[in-house]
Design a protein around this ligand. Structure first.
Ligand code: PLP
Length: 452
């Protein structure tokens, strides 16, 4: 691929314009220092100074096939040359084909696809469908979750990003999902955690009034909140509760879907089929904004003779859909889903567990496929997080020092609170993954200095 030659002067101009005019997400504008990025390919990106970074973040966990895959780039170029855009009310080849390929891969009877421009809009529309389908209003979501930055999606979110923009209710009730390492239920085994979490959920449903609850939304494997693979029986148990009380089950696979966990969709690990499944990110490796809701037959029928009151100008944009078609085809041809499973089992899991044994700062390693988290702690015994919950400034110094140590050695880490997530492209090579693990090893010695 043609790439820009690193040139510090251009980099400085890009940075200056950014600082003058770009208003960045989730940030205090005066406290950030964004890297000016000159180019990217595969699992790497580089700046204008010639510094190259191995990307252990996949952007925001979306470049599941890495940057600039030539087949996807070519498909976008070809689509641009033939039909750059077209309004959503028409049948368009790239859109029909993307919907078909997605529906063929989503489990069960999730056969209709409503396209959006990203994950939050997918969540908004899934909740709207659930409310109209059931005629009920309330939605239940989990603490330690992220569902997006728009109004309903942020209200559903169970992490501090909600706090400042919480509308107070929006019909949302939250509950605790299982997380054995920091068990909300004081459980000591996965089986106990699972049973207690299901009991807590059923009690919450009972006291909220089952006939008022439209939907329960859960990430199949919660992502940003810490990659907490639920115990085997949890999602089947939630499915059974939804069936018992006529509640729509929405599984949010915006981050965990499209190969990330070593299956096309994370819910397949648990043999659970939701009524609605939200996706985005990996659907086209994030090359052009795209998300959507995969809809079960039962819910699709609600809108057979009654209009669905929702839509977006760019729903199923041809460029985004062409990128999805090419991405899914690449994933099939190159076995990317299997690669993620293999990478997890043979390189990431053993490599990360070995780091945990040697470093006093690593309290827990958890994950699957190309989806891993290291929980950094001040003490393995007390499990006290390396930094306090939602820490910033000086309180966050240990994680900032760890992050700087990674970057200095050419690794771009994903850091959230006291955790680093290891979420490289699903098709990262074994050698690249090992290179990243070696950097983590060195950077963890910096985190170790803050342990007690
Ligand atoms: N749902 C989950 C599980 C996510 O991880 C995210 C984003 O990280 C979203 C929804 C929101 O997606 P978007 O940022 O594309 O709106």
């Amino acid at each position: 691929t043609p790439q820009r030659t690193p040139d510090p002067q251009t980099g400085a101009a890009v940075k200056a314009a950014d600082r003058a005019h770009v208003f960045h997400s989730w940030s205090a504008q005066g406290l950030i220092d964004p890297l000016a990025v000159a180019g990217a390919e595969g699992s790497y990106f580089w700046d204008y100074e010639g510094n190259r970074f191995l990307d252990f973040t996949s952007g925001l966990v979306f470049t599941n096939i890495g940057y600039q895959h030539p087949k996807v780039v070519a498909a976008i170029q070809e689509q641009a040359a033939t039909m750059t855009t077209f309004a959503p009310a028409f049948a368009v080849e790239a859109r029909s084909e993307a919907a078909r390929l997605i529906a063929e891969r989503t489990p069960g009877d999730l056969d209709k696809i409503f396209f959006t421009n990203g994950g939050a809009e997918a969540v908004e529309n899934a909740i709207r469908m659930a409310r109209l389908h059931t005629g009920r209003h309330k939605v239940m979501s989990a603490y330690r979750s992220y569902h997006g930055g728009t109004n309903t999606a942020i209200n559903l979110t169970g992490d501090p990003r909600r706090w400042a923009s919480d509308s107070g209710s929006a019909g949302v009730t939250r509950f605790w999902a299982p997380f054995l390492y920091r068990s909300p239920f004081h459980a000591t085994t996965e089986a106990e955690e699972c049973a207690r979490a299901l009991k807590h959920l059923e009690e919450t449903i009972t006291f909220e009034g089952p006939a008022t609850i439209a939907a329960i939304i859960l990430e199949s494997v919660p992502g940003t909140a810490g990659i907490m693979t639920p115990p085997a029986g949890y999602l089947p148990g939630v499915r059974a509760l939804c069936d018992r009380y006529g509640i729509v089950l929405v599984l949010d696979e915006v981050m965990a879907g499209f190969g990330r966990t070593g299956k096309w969709f994370a819910c397949e690990h648990f043999d659970v089929v939701p009524d609605l499944l939200t996706f985005a990110k990996g659907v086209n490796s994030g090359y052009v904004p795209l998300g959507g809701v995969a809809i079960s037959r039962k819910i699709a029928e609600t809108f057979e003779h009654r209009p669905f009151p929702g839509g977006l100008t760019y729903s199923g944009h041809p460029l985004a859909c062409a990128a999805a078609v090419a991405t899914i085809n690449v994933m099939e041809e190159e076995g990317v889903v299997e690669q993620a499973a293999h990478l997890g089992a043979t390189v990431l899991e053993p490599g990360l567990r070995e780091l945990a044994e040697r470093h006093p700062s690593v309290g827990e390693v958890r994950g699957l496929g190309a989806f891993w988290a290291l929980e950094l702690v001040r003490s393995k015994e007390t499990r006290e997080p390396l930094v306090p919950y939602n820490a910033s400034g000086a309180d966050n110094a240990p994680m900032a020092a760890f992050g700087a140590a990674c970057k200095k050695r050419g690794l771009w880490p994903f850091i959230n609170m006291n955790r680093t997530h290891v979420v490289p492209p699903c098709n990262i090579t074994e050698a690249e993954a090992k290179e990243g693990l070696a950097v983590l090893d060195e950077a963890l010695t910096v985190a170790d200095e803050y342990t007690v």
